[in-house]
Design a protein around this ligand. Structure first.
Ligand code: FAD
Length: 394
């Protein structure tokens, strides 16, 4: 049996590596397990993070990040609406480089990383937690005082530990493409493109970009159609590209802690349901989890009562935001193309987008207040209310 770690972190995505960094910096003995051979391998993500995220969690200077201060939205008819700010609102980061920078920082503080190490089980004892790990065909056991599940979407460990399952999710599909003449983020809406959700074309670096979409069904077919459409419009050079797929939780786990265990990031469902972005919320929650674990280690108390503090703290910051975003998302999902067009028309006629851009509620990362502000416009509120009455069982 190996030595006992203060904390074992399962999964080296942004949430896991940031948490490992925080704890290692505080002087704790931290072990990170990553099932892939390399950090950032096969990651499926567009890498758009708000300025607030990079201000709060600065990345290494050598991590590529492209500034984004505008986006054009396309209604199903092709009608467009541009949102533009003078200052940067968001950045497009290279996710593999971002994850590597975070892992490097954790390692520099002394965190140990075990690669090609899949944790199959976490077994709880009175005085420790044991990780049962598959290491390239062999198995091994490691022990810690506390374990963090940061395994991303589709995590089975929370369920095995009685913490429940993510109850709603969407599928994402994306391809890296050669782009032509596109220099800002483009968002496409409509039932035939990405039913209930949206598709995107995002320039990354020198003539390259990411084209992708979210959908509840058949992501390969929808992505193929979307790529053909972009190709027909001359925006991408070829449709013969490799496609990647991933899941995105839309609702949080009902419980994100128990004795000796906390769950963070996508594994906990800490994601914006409006856009599916989860990097920032996952890191915010990892920060909170690091504080709670630090307090638990100081007190040598890993009871569920103490670790409940983590959930109370992250829910205080995110629960309302996620709930409003989820309701807005469910409503949007039910809209027909003509209803989307109608809402688009009201936004343009009443210049609601300009009001939003000017308002202090406008934020890349916090959508609750912006949604409420849009509903504060009389014509919009009346229209949404009429649509909601016909669409939802009110
Ligand atoms: C198509 C698409 C586009 C997206 N675009 C954006 C975007 O632009 N901006 C944004 O903020 N978010 C985006 N997201 C969401 C974002 O990718 C996730 O929110 C983010 O990766 C979550 O980070 P995480 O650390 O919780 O999990 P992950 O990044 O998924 O990391 C989990 C890690 O755990 C490892 N792991 C899993 N199981 C085990 C195990 N049993 N043992 C050991 N290791 C394990 C995995 O290999 C992985 O490395 C997108 C998602 C998709 C699908």
């Amino acid at each position: 049996m190996s030595e006992t770690y203060d904390a074992m972190v399962v999964g080296a995505g942004p949430a896991g590596s940031y948490l490992a960094y925080r704890l290692a910096k505080l002087g704790y003995k931290v072990l990170v397990f990553e099932r892939r051979p390399k950090v950032g391998d096969a990651v499926c993500c567009t890498g758009i993070v708000g300025k607030e995220c990079l201000d709060r969690f600065p990345i290494a200077n050598d991590t590529p990040a492209v500034q984004a201060n505008s986006a054009t939205f396309y209604a199903p008819s092709g009608e467009s609406l541009s949102l533009r700010k003078e200052t940067a609102q968001a950045y497009v980061v290279d996710r593999a480089a971002f994850d590597n920078a975070l892992a490097r920082r954790a390692q520099d503080e002394g965190a140990e990383y075990l690669m090609s190490a899949r944790v199959n089980d976490l077994v709880l004892f009175d005085h420790r937690v044991r990780a049962d790990v598959e290491l390239g065909g062999r198995t091994g056991n490691f022990e810690g005082k506390v374990a963090v599940i940061s395994t991303g979407f589709g995590a089975s460990l929370p369920g095995k530990l009685g913490l429940g399952k993510i109850s709603d999710f969407v599928l994402g599909a994306q391809a890296e493409v050669d782009i032509k003449g596109v220099d800002e983020v483009e968002i496409y809406m409509g039932q035939s493109i990405a039913p209930g959700f949206f598709a995107w074309l995002v320039p990354t670096t020198s003539g390259r970009g990411l084209a992708g979409l979210l959908t509840r069904r058949d992501p390969p077919s929808y992505l193929k159609n979307f790529l053909s459409k972009l190709h027909e419009q001359g925006k991408i050079a070829s449709t013969d590209v490799e496609c990647n797929y991933g899941g995105i939780p839309l609702r949080p786990l009902s419980r994100t802690y128990r004795d000796r265990v906390v769950v963070v990031g996508d594994a906990a469902g800490q994601v914006k349901p409006t856009t599916g972005g989860g990097v920032y919320y996952g890191m915010l929650c990892a920060d909170i989890a690091a504080d709670t674990i630090h307090e638990a280690l100081c007190a040598d108390d890993f009871s569920a009562e103490r670790l409940a503090d983590y959930e109370q703290r992250w829910k205080r910051i995110l629960a309302k935001e996620i709930q409003i975003g989820y309701l807005a998302r469910r409503f949007y999902e039910k809209l027909s193309d003509s209803q989307i067009e109608h809402i688009f028309g009201i936004i343009q006629a009443d210049r609601i987008h300009e009001d939003l851009l000017r308002s202090p509620d406008f934020s890349f990362d916090w959508h609750g207040d912006a949604i409420l502000r849009v509903l504060g416009h009389r014509t919009m509120a009346r229209t949404i209310w009429r649509m909601a009455k016909s669409l939802l069982p009110l």
